[in-house]
Design a protein around this ligand. Structure first.
Ligand code: CP
Length: 306
């Protein structure tokens, strides 16, 4: 059974084909055909705006019905296991499952699930593969204008709370697979060993990172994790803003594009003056996420067709 639980589940060729297919798919009204009349179960045990709505829109584009279990809606709150929840949704007519689940889900066990494909829509802090893939589609389409060599000549800076970011977890693997240059920019306390081991260089200072950047991708500072972990507090947040926040003047001078997976903390990782930045791709990421997720759902239904 083909799942998308991690970037590890895709080959470089599959990634490149998915990206090109997502660009082709953007703007098309429907691609029903082979997958019409099928239901996709959306299990969102944690809050989401972009991911949840874009999967709902993707299902609609594919002519597929979607059923949503929102945070607090399901019997997961009565300690039903994730596997039992999924098996019951299959029994109820779902033939693909998209799930956002809290930390602690056993990906190895889920990878053995045989009843239908599962898409990881953000599990805890480990990975968010569809977000990294839609970021890649945005880069390929808007920055490299459909040219893989041009994309590989660019440097993507990923800056912010890498430690808690599942997007960083998927990007570390994705960049290595497709051969994209990444520079990680984060204070020591938010660095991520996995990313350091896998790909790219850490650059401590914002100024050095700005010199290298063709694209600046900021990640959300996850303030909700501060109280439960001693690693960060409000005084280090003030230090972070002083040393790592970027604004319009920084990015204009560097001549780089701006990306962010959202939601953005305006005034923390990004100055609010970037809300109308002309080289911002933030809403383009959201827009292209619908096509990307539609193509991913179609691919998992028929992996040999891509
Ligand atoms: N980027 C992202 O996953 O956003 P949501 O939490 O709103 O889905």
């Amino acid at each position: 059974m083909k799942h998308l639980l991690s970037i590890d589940d895709l080959s470089r060729e599959e990634i490149e084909n998915l990206v090109e297919e997502a660009v082709r798919f953007t703007g098309e009204k429907t691609k029903a055909g082979a997958v019409a009349e099928k239901s996709v179960g959306l299990v969102f045990a944690e809050p989401s705006t972009r991911t949840r709505v874009s999967f709902e829109r993707a299902c609609r584009l594919l002519g597929r019905h979607s059923v949503l279990l929102g945070a607090g809606d399901s019997s997961l709150t009565k300690n039903e296991s994730v596997e039992d929840t999924f098996e019951n949704l299959v029994a109820l007519g779902c033939d693909a499952l998209v799930a956002r689940l809290p930390d602690g889900v056993d990906l190895v066990r889920l990878s053995k699930f045989e009843s239908c494909p599962i898409v990881n829509a953000g599990f805890g802090r480990e990975e968010h593969p569809t977000q990294a893939l839609l970021d890649l589609v945005t880069l390929f389409d808007s920055v490299a204008e459909g040219d893989w060599d041009a994309l590989r000549s660019k440097t993507l800076v990923i800056s912010g709370d890498l430690l808690h970011s599942r997007v960083a977890g998927s990007w570390a693997k994705l960049a290595e697979k497709i051969g994209l240059k990444i520079v990680w920019n984060a204070p020591e306390v938010w660095r991520r060993k996995q990313a350091e081991d896998l790909v790219g260089n850490y650059v401590g200072s914002r100024e050095e990172a700005l010199e290298k950047a063709d694209v600046w991708m900021a990640l959300r500072v996850q303030k909700e994790r501060f109280s439960s972990e001693a690693k960060t507090d409000s005084s280090s947040l003030e230090d972070y803003i002083r040393d790592y926040q970027v604004g319009k003047e920084d990015l204009s001078k560097a001549g780089c594009f701006l990306m962010h997976p959202g939601p953005v903390n305006w005034g923390i990782e990004l100055d609010a003056d970037l809300q109308d930045f002309e080289k911002s791709l933030i809403l383009e990421q959201v827009r292209i996420g619908v096509a990307t997720r539609a193509v991913i759902l179609r691919f998992l239904s028929s992996p040999t067709q891509i």
